[in-house]
Design a protein around this ligand. Sequence first.
Ligand code: SF4
Length: 353
Amino acid sequence: MTEPLRGIPASRNLSPRTRLGWRTLQFAVWFLGAGIFAALLFRPAVGLHAFWDVLIPLAPALFALAPGLWRNVCPLGSTALSSRHAGVSRGRTPSRRTQGRFALVGLALLLGIVPLRHPFFDLSGFATAWILAVLALLSVGAGLLFEWKSGWCSGLCPVHPVEKLYGRKPWFTVPNAHCAPCERCVALCPDSTAGEGKPGVENGRRLAATLLTGGFAGFIWGWFQVPDRTADAGLAHLASAYAWPLGGFLASLLLFLFLRERFPGWRSRLPRLFAAAAIACYYWYRLPALFGFGPFPGDGMLVDLRGTGAAAFVPLSRGFTTAFFAWWILIRPETARPWMIRPPFRVPERPAP
Ligand code: SF4
């Protein structure tokens, strides 16, 4: 891991005014999330568009540009950490081995849940609300048992592996608006440690990081090869909803491992290349799909621009997003910037003997 940039303090307490600003933002984003959840149940068409066609398409870019900002305001993160803020969490620090297991479970949740979008979640507000409720309950349980972010935000959360994959070179560092004081609950805390990928120090976390880095580009490509379920689709659709992304995952992972072995000199560049390929592949398909120009026109559409001559925008958007993320993740020099400034430790560090 690299040293933090000069000008970024090793730790900082929030002033009362800054804390109030962050709390206001956290509540605002939490209520927005609660509003989307209510819309999924009572106005499913609005809720599905707001969640799958606005919030989720913005998320990868936010992870790449400002992962610290996202992690300060994520509504599920705030839900998980509410018990710690209220002083009712048991505050256990998971062992390193448990942290590794959490990382593998988080990855399994990600790979298990995302393929279910085509058969269920993209089509049903109730199904999307149901999976969000299950994840919220899990996050609350993790927050009640474990110290600060060790249980959920840097543990079991299925989105966290993607934050680490894309958030390699954050644009800026923000103060940590949750953990005060820092209890050293995560070994090589991903929020406070500068450097790329943040694979951690434990075998489980390293394995999860390698699997996602190598496989995610193929997983995303495979996901976009499957249409949303139609009324007459049977079990074969569910099988293909898993087969394409998981097949793509495996092919991409094998390629990654082969290149890593064959070209040892590329070891630092290869993860960046695959991370850039994953996010570029996502926007390659997702941005045109928002306007009716996806691989299955009408799936994942926010506004229908078909028949307006707007198809010319498709190559432009693909060229721009691919070039941008290749530059942002692959070409730009490493910033050595952490996502967040660590709050002061509760127990000061012992001076070196
Ligand atoms: S900043 Fe400290 S308390 Fe917060 S997640 Fe990182 S190690 Fe845990």
